[in-house]
Every structure is written in structure tokens, then in C-alpha cells.
Design a protein around this ligand. Structure first.
Ligand code: ADP
Ligand code: MG
Length: 727
């Protein structure tokens, strides 16, 4: 008895694992031939479209002019023919609803002609607009069911692509998802609107620097962290399957304290999986660049080269999907949850962000940043924005899952601050007082042995504890979680920076119009920004208690949890910001607020129910069986006249005591989630946080204790030790 539970079956299966994945081979198809081979690229468009149509389409893509509807048919035909050449039978409008994942509905190109034959058709109308029967997506009250129409609208700025399946291929068309009144029902629409907002203001500001550009792009390079564990373990853990994270698990004897995993050699099966994932991503034109082991055991990272925020978003969603699918082929499960294992580092998605024209990164300081007025202006705009709307950045990364990460001593804390590094900090200090006159340089590092090259020393050191760090030529927003869409954080960033650029441009324009010297005016504006907003700059260790106290003194917001920060999302300040730049209307903001709260409540509720059911049906039975074994044995020993049993009696008492405590805590948990809180969505969320989460933790505490007592062969759930260290 006991030796055939799911856990031992998983270990047995794992020992016998043989990969069935076909081998990928970069020798026969080199990356340069593979790259973007499944994308309706500019080259394909040039080849397949009439010249005039191609030109008009490119104008929309590059300059953001609105799409000429008369070219839609021609584009649709070219797209369809290309897709059919690639084996496609169906097309789909892919969209990004408020669930945070991607959605698609497939339609075939097939069109019967009425005489037992069929032709393959795809019209401009079908390309430009789709109407999925998508009434079940969360809309936060924007759609009553009687007016449940949601439309998908083609986004020509993100190229269509082919998704392969062993049994066929599908043409995928990136779209926005809106209600019939034009309100955003997705994460993509506001992102595009925010990119336009930041572009408009940056173009305006650049004009003052004598530069005429049509468009400025927010650029994003998201670094994705994830866990890979054996799939057999995954299937033996109902909590991983249904909640994405473990709700139980005693701390393993060896955790990450040896730090021997970080940048260590990549296990063979994992590397094979990464290679295939990259192979797939190359075909889709996703510029993946780096891979390595992360800090926690079984944790890895994949990062692309940055792209404009829209493409970066779509490619990021694809990356998560490809990682998940590919892992399965290698007998692995890819965990994208931000905190799959308590007591072990969680996963983030470092969001590297900048703004650039076609030819220039506007956050590139150059060699002498103190002389680079344009750079300093854009940099000050970011500093002002992050200080003014720190709360909004916090909201943009808020979720039940990320609450486990932010504020724990690993991920950045929930207090938003900016790390500038020595060099830039020094320049900002000079700027506050007047015109900066020098740049601190790092010099070169002597590496000791004469055969080694001299390396330039970075003037800005790294600070891994800051939630928002300047890293050379971009800002890295680190509070974003591994599982979330990057659309929200970048929508927030783009919009708040647009507001600061607007503020600076408005001042400068007025001064110049009033006859003031441009440089003098700029100096004054920037100096003033540093004075007003330097409280947001912090170059020390963000994990310390001292920083928490200091931040409070500086008046920086510290929203510890999702429930604490969400109300700020509907504050006048935020509503004014988003409405002014036409990124989100008040109604759209309120609908999102409701969705976020609802989502929070549902997440906790699912976790609570899982906790109770796993505790009741897996953990308690194991503990009771073990209690029986001990009791039996004790009785037998006593009957045989053995009297050296004091420890065994104590042991039995401990088991029984813990079992009884656990039963009480399970009952309390069930009572907590069966209780229906009345009141607003916020009240429900608060109740989840204040009543249900503590009840869950109480159950877990006792269950984890039992894991350290109950005989190993009876324990039903794969342990942390097994999941994290058997590769
Ligand atoms: P780091 O070691 O600083 O994390 P990388 O150069 O590997 O550095 O950059 C991390 C991510 O930042 C990559 O995805 C990279 O493409 C991205 N990145 C670099 N420059 C920019 C930029 N100007 N805008 C947005 N992202 C950028
Ligand atoms: Mg980085």
C-alpha cells in the first residue's frame, strides 16, 4: 500500500523518459533562411502586392497614416495566396482580451460555389474586420449580453504570420478587439493608442531641438523568466494544473542558497527544448537572442532583441505560447506563473523600455551625457513621469500572483523608485544646481593577465534591487511579472511619459514664443524637474528596511498589495491622464478596474478551493494512513511487552495533534470561501485578501509540517526537492 500514488508513478515515468520530439537542425536550414520565413514580411508584401498598394500599406505601417480601405481587397488576396502556398486552410483574427491571454477563432477560406465545387476566398472585408462570437470575454460591464457584439479590427502594423501544426497551418492576423461603440475590450487597443500619444508629444519636443521626424516609437525588449519541471510531476500536482503555482510544499533541504544554478550549464533536455523553441520563434520572426539559467533551481530566461512596443507585445505573447507548447514535447512543463514555489525566487519579465526615432534612441546618453541636452530632456521626462505616476506603474503590475513576488526580498519591492547609477546621478545633481559641466567616466579595467583585453568599465553599476533602473540606454521596469501581458505596463509607461513630454514641450514653446533663449529655458525647466522629482531617485539597496522608512519620509507610495493599489487606478489623476491622451476613457478605466478586481477574487477563490480539496483528499488521507501505521505498530510493540515506547507515543501524539489541527483549519477555510461577502467588487477582493488568504496559509502551514513527519512512501505530492532538482 502507498507505493503506487501519483507521486511515485511520476518518478517512475520520469526515469523511463525518452524524447519523441523530432530533432531540429540548424545546419540544413540556417537561421538566416529560417528567420521570419512564416511572416508576411515587407519583402513578401513587396513581391506580392501591386506597387501602389504596397506603398500605401507601408505608409500606414511606418508613418501611422490611417489605412486606405480601397487597398484592403488587394492585400487580402495577396495574403491568402501566400498563406495557401504555405499550406494554410484557415485564417484567424488573433486578439488579446482582458483575460491576459490570446484568443482566436478559425475560419476556413473555403467558399462553396453551389455546383459541388468550392473556391478559396478571402476578402478585404474579412481581413479588416471580424466578429467572433466572443460574448463571454470579460468586459467589465462595457457590454450587456443583448449588445454583446465585439469586433476584431486588423492591425496592419503587426504583420500576419503562419502558425504551423503537424496537421496543417493557419494564417494568423493580429487584431484589436473593440465593442460596437468603439470601446476597447482588449489589451492591444490602449497600447496602440498610447504609442501614438507618446509619439505625438516626442515629435513635438524634437521639433524644438530642430529635428523633423514623422514618428517616434516606444521600444521594448522583454526578458522572460520561467520554470521548467518534469511534466509527470506537473500532472501529479493539481495545484500546478489549476492554479499555476504550488499551494503546498515544505522547503527543500537544498534551495537556491548555493547559487549554483545561476548561469550554470544548461541541462541537456532543457537545452534541446530551448533550441526547438527558438527554432519555432525564428520562423515567426521573433528575434530571440539570449538564454541562460536563472537564480532559482529549474528557472531559466529567454530574451529577444528589442522591437517597437506593438511587435514586442505580440512576439512576447507568442514566446510564452511557444515555450509552453515546446516544453510538452520534451516531457517538461513550462511554468509561467510569477511565484510557482514559495521560498524560491519567483519569475519576472524585465521590461526594457525606451523611445526612438527611425534612426536614434532618444535615451542614449552618448559619451558625454552632460552635453547631451536632448538626452537629458527625455531622461528628465521619464523621471518626472515615474514620480508623478508611481502608483500607476504599481497598478500596471498588480495581480494576485505578483503579490507573492513584489515586496518579498527578491523581486523589486512594491515601492516604485528609479535607479540612475553613479554617472547619471552625478549629472542630475549638477543639473539641479545649474548647467552640468562634466561626465564621470569609468575608465578601463585592468584584468591582470597581459593576454586579456582591457575592458571598459561601466560608469553605471548594476543594481538588481531597483524596480525601475536606467541600464545604459533604456529603462528596465522589473516589477512586471512573468505571466502577465506586457501591454498594460507599456500602455502606462507610454502615456505617463507622453504627459511629461507634453509638459516640457508646452513650457519650452511658450518661452521660445516669448522670446526667451531656448537653452536657458531648457536649463530652467530641467533643473526644476530634478528639484521637484528627485525624491523618486534611489541608488541604494531597495530590499532594506531603511529604504522603506526613507521612502515613507519622501512621501513615495507603498502599495503593498493588489487590493491596496487598484483604487488608485480610478482616481481623478489617472482618469485625467488617460482621457487627456485618449488612451482610455473613464468608462474603459472603470470596466478594467472591475475586471482586475473580479480576476483577483476569482484567482484567490480557485486557490482556496484547491487548497481545501488537496488537503482533504490527498494530504489528510496520507497522514491518517501513517497515523494508523504508527498506532498499529505501537499497539503491537506494547502487546509484546515492549516498554521503551515513550518517544513513539509522543510521535503518535504529534501526528494526531497535527491532523486534528489541520481538520479544523480546513473547516475554517471552507467556511471562509463559502461565506458570500456582500458589497462592491473591492469589498469582495478585500475579503479575499484579509480572510481567505490567511485561512489558506494556515492550512498550508500544517500540511507542510505533515510533509516533514509522514513516511515518504505515503506522501502523495511531488516535493519541492523532486520538482526543482530532478531534471
Ligand atoms: P542587460 O544585460 O542590460 O539586461 P541587454 O543588452 O541584454 O542587457 O538587454 C536586455 C534587453 O533590453 C534586451 O531585450 C535588449 O534588446 C533590450 N534593449 C536594449 N536596448 C533597448 C532599447 N533601446 N529599448 C528597449 N529595449 C532595449
Ligand atoms: Mg536585464
Amino acid at each position: 500500500m502507498g507505493s503506487t500514488n501519483a507521486r511515485s508513478a511520476a518518478i517512475a515515468a520520469l526515469t523511463n523518459f525518452k524524447s519523441i520530439a523530432p530533432r531540429v537542425n540548424f545546419k540544413d536550414t540556417p537561421v538566416k533562411d529560417l528567420y521570419a520565413s512564416n511572416v508576411f514580411t515587407t519583402e513578401v508584401q513587396r513581391d506580392r502586392l501591386p506597387k501602389a498598394v504596397f506603398k500605401k500599406l507601408q505608409q500606414t505601417i511606418k508613418k501611422g497614416t490611417s489605412l486606405d480601405p480601397s487597398i484592403a481587397d488587394a492585400v487580402a488576396i495577396a495574403m491568402k495566396d501566400w498563406a495557401i502556398d504555405k499550406g494554410a486552410t484557415h485564417f484567424t483574427h488573433i486578439f488579446y482580451p482582458m483575460t491576459g491571454i490570446t484568443a482566436e477563432k478559425h475560419d476556413s477560406f473555403l467558399s462553396p460555389t453551389g455546383d459541388d465545387t468550392a473556391i478559396l476566398e478571402f476578402s478585404g472585408k474579412e481581413l479588416v474586420q471580424g466578429e467572433p462570437d466572443a460574448s463571454s470575454f470579460p468586459s467589465g460591464g462595457l457590454r450587456a449580453t443583448f449588445e454583446a457584439r465585439g469586433y476584431t479590427a486588423w492591425d496592419p502594423t503587426s504583420p500576419a504570420y503562419i502558425l504551423e501544426n503537424p496537421n496543417g497551418t493557419v494564417l494568423v492576423i493580429p487584431t484589436c478587439f473593440v465593442s460596437w461603440t468603439g470601446e476597447a475590450l482588449d489589451k492591444k487597443t490602449p497600447l496602440l493608442r498610447s504609442m501614438e500619444a507618446v509619439s505625438n508629444q516626442a515629435v513635438r519636443l524634437l521639433k524644438l531641438f530642430g529635428k523633423n521626424v514623422d514618428k517616434v516609437f516606444a521600444t521594448v525588449g522583454p526578458e522572460q523568466e520561467y520554470f521548467l519541471i518534469d511534466r509527470n510531476f506537473y500532472f501529479a500536482r493539481p495545484d500546478l494544473i489549476n492554479a499555476g503555482r504550488t499551494l503546498f510544499g515544505a522547503k527543500p533541504p537544498k534551495g537556491q542558497e548555493m547559487e549554483d544554478h545561476y548561469f550554470g550549464s544548461i541541462p541537456e533536455r532543457v537545452l534541446a527544448c530551448m533550441l526547438e523553441a527558438e527554432h519555432e520563434l525564428y520562423k515567426l520572426g521573433v528575434p530571440v537572442k539570449t538564454r541562460h539559467n536563472e537564480v532559482a533551481p529549474a528557472q531559466y530566461e529567454i530574451a529577444p532583441i528589442f522591437e517597437n512596443a506593438n511587435l514586442a507585445h505580440d512576439h512576447q505573447m507568442l514566446t510564452m505560447e511557444v515555450l509552453r507548447r515546446t516544453a510538452e514535447k520534451y516531457g517538461l512543463s513550462c511554468l509561467l506563473h510569477e511565484k510557482p514555489f514559495a521560498g524560491v525566487n519567483g519569475s519576472g519579465k524585465h521590461n526594457n523600455w525606451s523611445i526612438a526615432t527611425e534612426s536614434e534612441n532618444l535615451l542614449n546618453p552618448g559619451n558625454t551625457p552632460h552635453e547631451n541636452a536632448q538626452f537629458l530632456t527625455f531622461c528628465c521626462a521619464v523621471i518626472r513621469a515615474v514620480d508623478k505616476y508611481a502608483g500607476l506603474l504599481r497598478v500596471a503590475v498588480a495581480s494576485a500572483g505578483n503579490d507573492h513576488r513584489l515586496g518579498a526580498n527578491e523581486a523589486p519591492p512594491a515601492i516604485i523608485s528609479i535607479f540612475l547609477g553613479d554617472q547619471l546621478n552625478d549629472i542630475m545633481e549638477q543639473l539641479e544646481k545649474g548647467s552640468p559641466s562634466s561626465t564621470k567616466h569609468g575608465g578601463t579595467m585592468e584584468l591582470g593577465a597581459s593576454v586579456l583585453p582591457k575592458l571598459p568599465r561601466d560608469a553605471g553599476d548594476r543594481n538588481r534591487t531597483s524596480p525601475f533602473a536606467f541600464t545604459g540606454n533604456k529603462f528596465e521596469f522589473r516589477a512586471v511579472s512573468s505571466g502577465q501581458s506586457i501591454a498594460g505596463p507599456n500602455t502606462a509607461l507610454n502615456t505617463m511619459v507622453a504627459e511629461s513630454l507634453d509638459y516640457i514641450a508646452t513650457k519650452l514653446e511658450a518661452d521660445v514664443k516669448g522670446g526667451k533663449d531656448f537653452n536657458k529655458s531648457l536649463q530652467a525647466v530641467l533643473s526644476d524637474i530634478v528639484k521637484q522629482h528627485k525624491r523618486i531617485i534611489f541608488n541604494g539597496d531597495n530590499y532594506t528596511e531603511a529604504w522603506h522608512a526613507e521612502a515613507e519620509k519622501r512621501g513615495l507610495p507603498n502599495f503593498r498589495s493588489t487590493v491596496d493599489c487598484l483604487p488608485y487606478f480610478i482616481s481623478k489623476e489617472v482618469v485625467d491622464l488617460f482621457s487627456k491622451y485618449k488612451v482610455l476613457s473613464e468608462r474603459e478605466i472603470h470596466s478594467r478596474y472591475e475586471i482586475f478586481l473580479e480576476n483577483y477574487k476569482k484567482t484567490i477563490n480557485i486557490e482556496a478551493q484547491l487548497t481545501a480539496s488537496i488537503a482533504k483528499t490527498q494530504i489528510l488521507p496520507a497522514a491518517i494512513r501513517y497515523q494508523g501505521e504508527v498506532a498499529h505498530s505501537l499497539a503491537a510493540v506494547k502487546a509484546a511487552g515492549g516498554n521503551n515506547v515513550a518517544e513513539q507515543e509522543a510521535m503518535l501524539k504529534e501526528i494526531s495533534g497535527t491532523i486534528s489541527e489541520l481538520q479544523k483549519k480546513i473547516a475554517a477555510l471552507v467556511h471562509a470561501f463559502e461565506h458570500t461577502a456582500s458589497g462592491s467588487a473591492l469589498d469582495h477582493a478585500k475579503y479575499s485578501k484579509e480572510t481567505i488568504i490567511p485561512a489558506m496559509l494556515a492550512v498550508r502551514g500544517l500540511a507542510d509540517k505533515l510533509e516533514t513527519i509522514v513516511a515518504d512512501d505515503l506522501w502523495p505530492l511531488p516535493t519541492y526537492r523532486e520538482m526543482l532538482f530532478i531534471k
